[in-house]
Design a protein around this ligand. Structure first.
Ligand code: FE2
Length: 294
């Protein structure tokens, strides 16, 4: 049995003080949004309680699907590195970036410099998609983070990454591994067009052609389960978690994370989902447990 933990969108707070020179273009509107609204939602004490609870479960691996940063200030990436290390080593933790991590053009460089150990393949090679094998699980990391205009939070995989993803999923079919796709933006979402993954239709076609066993995402800050078409009438669960730092009382779900207990073999996988979240008492507690696959 392989125990995989999934959390997302920690949006580390407090935000480091920006330099004036950093508050141009998109960061300026993002900073106002942070000061007026988001800083009241993303609570470091909530995130600390979630991380303590995740670590107490002793998962075999932890997947984090993006948005460590808020407006991609240089200082957010060093803080992000410390936070990733608080979860575990790069061997035991995998990260894929979200739109807030690649908020402006220079942020991709910051992410690469500080976090590449957590987003590279088994040979230490950075780039997307990357594949990591852990036990009977293959983790496939994608990046949907692209700099966008103010007020847009769209994602984009691009033709090159999508073509390589198709080849990766196809190649892994020959191995007896449970294929977990990690991506920030959900392939199916009720969020408005300004928040969507723009090339989601191509991603869904690739999964329909080559299959995957599980897709994990963040971005919408909600508990979500959608089923994607796989090959030959099969279905692939796409599961999203709320922000790991979300205090209760916002219009999104309060902080939570999911544990996946993966067992079995190709053609007969079993996967149980156990959800843990912030209860009204302020404690992190198990909320739901059900068989997702098998
Ligand atoms: Fe987010």
């Amino acid at each position: 049995m392989f125990k995989l933990a999934h959390l997302s969108d920690p949006h580390l707070a407090p935000l480091p003080a920006p330099r004036w020179s950093e508050l141009i273009n998109k960061r300026a509107t993002g900073y106002i949004n942070w000061q007026q609204r988001r800083r009241f939602i993303h609570d470091p004490a909530v995130l600390a309680a979630i991380v303590t609870n995740v670590n107490a479960q002793s998962p075999d691996h932890i997947a984090v699907t993006g948005d460590i940063a808020n407006i991609a200030l240089a200082a957010e990436f060093a803080k992000g590195r410390d936070w990733l290390e608080s979860l575990g080593s790069a061997r035991d933790v995998t990260f894929v970036p979200g739109n807030h991590d690649i908020y402006v053009r220079e942020a991709a460089r910051f992410a690469e410099r500080q976090w590449s150990a957590y987003m590279s393949d088994d040979d230490g090679v950075a780039g997307f998609p990357f594949v990591r094998r852990r036990g009977n699980v293959a983790l496939i990391g994608l990046s949907t983070g692209v700099p966008t205009a103010p007020f847009l939070a769209t994602g984009w995989l691009g033709a090159k990454q999508l073509a390589e993803l198709a080849a990766v999923l196809n190649g892994l079919k020959a191995e007896n591994v449970f294929r977990v796709v990690l991506i920030h933006h959900p392939p199916i979402s009720r969020a408005g067009r300004q928040k969507r993954l723009l090339d989601a239709p191509v991603l869904k076609r690739i999964i329909a052609a080559h299959g995957a066993d599980l897709l994990l995402h963040g971005h919408d800050h909600l508990h979500m389960i959608n089923w994607l078409d796989g090959p030959k009438g099969t279905r692939v669960p796409a599961v999203g978690v709320p922000s790991a730092s979300a205090a209760p009382g916002s219009d999104k779900d309060a902080a939570a994370y999911n544990i996946y207990r993966i067992d079995g073999a190709g053609g007969a996988w079993r996967c149980e989902l156990i959800s843990h979240g912030l209860a009204s008492s302020g404690e992190v507690a198990q909320q739901k447990r059900f068989t997702l696959i098998g």
